[in-house]
Design a protein around this ligand. Structure first.
Ligand code: TRP
Ligand code: SF4
Length: 327
């Protein structure tokens, strides 16, 4: 029996190269090792986007199309949309009842987001409960493993704490303790050397055209000390070079040599990188075009995913309701 795994993404924007190397490549591999559930966390997205939710539907579908185009396989994994499974909300409510306010108020991601996100009003009851819903997402599948980035570790720790409290109160162990799968993923910076982010518009999207990739690659920040082509460059400080390391490691030595010996200009170096990135993106683009033409296939995949997911959730809830004293 394979162990069960769940992960999710919030549909707040188009997926980009950072998602590809940071999550999707990894998820694709995990499909063979685990019984996988991958979810578009649209309720979680709504917690921050509730005032401007008009893109949510589009991003939800778009993200799933990207998942499918990057190798997530509905024959192997259950792909679904969080809000299609009402049962998550029910377990979330039950968990809310036992979660002390202080745990949520002290959650580092909560404090940080309230401080840093100024474009939205996050002083809501729902947003405080973000990690409780996440705990329900995981526990309702009795998931053992949760592949996430380091930024989600606090939420996973909270999941385990809620679970421990649950077991302490109801004197029974019914859920496995979920563990993070933290894979070493390369950190990709945006084309302006800042953190890749939707608000900076500094990413290369999986859906970008060949021309857009060429243009954005051309805008990438390089070694600032290299002014003339005859100046030797410093690949170590160059973001273009770090993209080579990730997307074409076989060329690392060669590019290093060209750069430090001033045998190549930055413009040419970036053109070559654009070709490499386009080589990576082309098969994804082709699949994406197919799925976009056959949207009903994607809807069918999500309907079937929801059915499978719901089957598991209904069982967990039956067991849970009884255990906590509901008739
Ligand atoms: N909070 C996660 C993020 O922003 C998304 C998410 C929601 C999730 N529910 C989850 C991740 C359950 C893992 C497991 O990335
Ligand atoms: Fe960066 Fe390439 Fe220019 Fe060197 S030649 S600084 S690696 S873009």
């Amino acid at each position: 029996m394979k162990k069960r795994l769940l992960s999710g993404m919030r549909p707040t924007g188009p997926l980009h190269l950072g998602h590809l190397v940071g999550a999707l490549k990894n998820w694709e591999k995990l499909q063979d090792e685990y019984e996988c559930f991958f979810m578009v966390a649209d309720w979680h997205a709504h917690m921050s986007e509730y005032e401007r939710p008009q893109d949510l539907r589009r991003y939800t579908l778009d993200n799933v199309i990207d998942w499918l185009s990057c190798g997530l396989d509905p024959e192997k994994s259950v792909l679904f949309v969080q809000s299609h499974i009402q049962e998550h909300a029910q377990l979330y409510l039950l968990f809310s009842n036992i979660t002390p306010l202080g745990w949520l108020e002290r959650c580092p991601t909560y404090k940080e987001q309230l401080r840093e996100i100024t474009t939205r009003d996050l002083h809501t009851y729902g947003f405080l409960g973000y990690p409780v819903l996440q705990a329900a997402d995981i526990v309702i599948y009795k998931a053992h493993a949760v592949p996430v980035g380091a930024d989600q570790l606090a939420h996973l720790e909270l999941t385990r704490e809620i679970l421990r409290r649950f077991e302490h109160i109801y004197k029974k162990k019914v859920f496995p303790e979920p563990q993070a799968i933290l894979t070493e993923t390369p950190k990709l910076l945006g084309i302006d050397n800042r953190k890749m982010s939707k608000s900076y518009q500094n990413f290369i999207a999986l859906s970008d055209s060949k021309e857009e990739v060429g243009k954005k690659t051309g805008q990438m920040v390089t070694d600032p000390k290299r002014i003339k082509k005859t100046d030797p460059g410093h690949p170590k400080v160059c973001n273009v070079f770090s993209y080579y390391k990730i997307f074409k490691p076989e060329m690392e030595k060669e590019v290093h040599h060209w750069c430090t010996k001033a045998e190549i200009g930055c413009i040419e170096c970036k053109k070559k990188l654009a070709d490499i990135l386009n080589g990576v993106l082309e098969p994804i683009r082709e699949k994406r075009a197919q799925f976009t033409r056959h949207r009903s296939t994607v809807d069918d995949i999500l309907t079937q995913g929801a059915e499978k997911a719901r089957g598991v959730c209904v069982e967990t809830l039956k067991e849970t309701r009884k255990l906590i004293g509901l008739y």
